[in-house]
Design a binder for this molecule. Structure first.
Ligand code: G6P
Length: 506
């Protein structure tokens, strides 16, 4: 098994400076009772980049998420992030008024995001968004250039920064790796993007491009082949374009197994979930002492959902399947509940606002249909929880439903299984075949989220599965997760990128 220390040793043996650039920062600075605190994020890709930044003592460049950060940090925007594992410098890129709208809400999340996910959500195209996207990518590239000194490895993370390689323009002694975390669609879908050539040309300036799954690599290579005159070496996936070589490969992302295991081990104390649920109620339902949720966790089987509120996550399809589950399995009425923890996300974008309304309406309809004596089947909480809190939910749930329409990888499913493996009676995972993680988590109950009957049957099977079988499946998946953790992924990405780099011509 690869350890965090292995990753650290590998990187230090390469004798290179590491710069990681990602849209999202790893910690957000906040003022609490007059003191500045670093709030760790609870999920998402940046959480996984934190151990990599620590292992490489890197410079991490991320967008400041709040206005407060500028006030706290001043124009330089630097903080040190430190734990017993190591430290790194986190540098913020501040966006001007309007830049955030065009770069983040616009081109990143209303053009590229729907274009790349098969969720049947139309991408929108606006010249202004793209201009904003260009200017923010330039800002990131400038921030990176200021940090390049000697032999430097630049890790550019995800679709929001896909023009950064173009603006870096291959500086000397620099190795550039790009990781694309969302799906890469088929050429037929990608070809409608007006700026497709600029984006592809920028990516082809990297030494290496990583994707999670093989089909994403194949779609990317097919897209490149159809758009440009390129030479492609089939066995190695090396793309030769305009005198530069880029290698493309699938490297499925793993999780920070040490951190998840440590929290899961610690938080097994009885009663933690009650305190947590009470806390939720205090914010959601002020004044009420007696919480129906406390009863729920004691009395009922909890089917858990943990998602960003995003149309790719298949939330409406999931609710429809739960409706049919109660319809077909009446014995669970009054005995099981769905608890949906929905993290607010991109919430000023119209399609996200509409989805929230639709989800709430659907939940209400189902609750009216089956609810009785204070019991209601659908319980939704629109709030961001801490990592420890989420892991506590994982430990207590009877089932976890991860049913996206399309997802590059999906870390909730992996963290759920890892945490559940510390439970004496783990919950079962129902997982969409369209999540990248379905290949790694083959012992989960794999479903097509569009096939309601299949989802209903998986829910029933998961709830009724014998403890021994759940333990066997969960432990075997946890083993796969430990063997393919984020430390191994980090080494693979560094190694592949370094090996792909061709010696620069003098
Ligand atoms: C996906 C993307 C990440 C992004 C995350 C959260 O996983 O691939 O790049 O950070 O969603 O999205 P948000 O827009 O809230 O940062």
């Amino acid at each position: 098994m690869t350890t965090f220390e292995d990753l650290k040793t590998f990187i230090s043996s390469q004798k290179m400076r590491v710069i990681i650039a990602a849209d999202a920062e790893t910690v957000v600075l906040e003022k609490k009772d007059g003191e500045v605190i670093q709030r760790l994020l609870s999920g998402g890709v940046s959480v996984v980049l934190d151990p990599l930044a620590k292992a490489s003592s890197s410079i991490y460049i991320g967008r400041a998420k709040t206005e407060d950060e500028k006030k706290i940090l001043g124009t330089k925007g630097e903080t040190k992030v430190e734990s017993e594992r190591g430290a790194y410098i986190l540098k913020r890129v501040y966006l001007e008024n309007g830049e955030f709208e065009n770069y983040y809400n616009g081109f990143s999340n209303q053009t590229l995001w729907p274009l790349c996910h098969v969720a049947f959500e139309n991408p929108n195209f606006h010249r202004l968004w793209y201009e904003g996207f260009v200017s923010v990518n330039k800002k990131f590239a400038e921030a990176i250039k200021n940090e390049i000194k000697g032999n430097t490895f630049v890790w550019v993370n995800d679709y929001q920064l896909c023009l950064v390689p173009k603006f870096l323009n291959k500086p000397k002694n620099t190795t550039i790796g790009f990781f694309w975390h969302i799906p890469w669609p088929t050429w037929e879908a990608f070809r409608i993007l007006p700026q497709k050539k600029e984006i592809l040309e920028s990516l082809l300036m990297c030494d290496f491009i990583g994707f999670h799954r093989g089909y994403q690599v194949r779609n990317f290579i097919d897209t490149v082949r159809r758009e440009f005159e390129v030479r492609i070496e089939e066995e190695t996936n090396k793309i030769y374009y305009k005198g530069h070589v880029t290698t493309v490969k699938n490297l499925p992302l793993g999780i920070d197994t040490d951190i998840v295991s440590n929290i899961a081990r610690k938080d097994k104390k009885e009663g933690t979930i009650d305190i947590l649920i009470k806390k939720i109620l205090r914010t959601d339902d002020e004044g009420k002492d007696e919480s129906p949720y406390i009863e729920y966790f004691r009395k009922y089987k909890v089917m858990l959902g943990v998602d960003r509120l995003d149309y790719t996550k298949g939330l409406l399809l999931r609710l429809e399947a739960i409706d049919r589950f109660f319809e077909n399995n009446k014995k669970y009425i009054g005995k099981a509940i769905y608890l949906g923890l929905m993290a607010p996300s991109r919430d000023t974008i119209p399609s996200y606002k509409e989805l929230k309304e639709k989800v709430e309406v659907e939940a209400e309809v189902i609750n009216r249909k089956y609810g009785k004596n204070g019991w209601k089947p659908i319980n939704l909480i629109y709030k961001t929880f801490s990592r420890a809190e989420i892991i506590d939910f994982y430990l207590h749930a009877s089932l976890c439903l991860v049913t996206p329409r399309d997802d590059g990888m999906n870390l909730v499913s992996k963290e759920f299984v890892m945490a559940a493996s510390f439970s004496k009676n783990p919950g079962m995972l129902v997982l969409s075949q369209f999540a990248g993680s379905a290949t790694d988590l083959s012992q989960a109950l794999i479903v097509n989220p569009y096939d309601k009957n299949e989802v209903v049957e998986a829910i029933r099977r998961g709830l009724e599965m014998k403890r021994d079988e759940k333990l066997r499946r969960t432990r075997s998946m946890a083993k796969v997760l430990e063997e393919n953790n984020v430390y191994k992924w980090g080494i693979d990405f560094f190694q592949n990128t370094i090996e792909s780099k061709q010696p620069t011509k003098e």
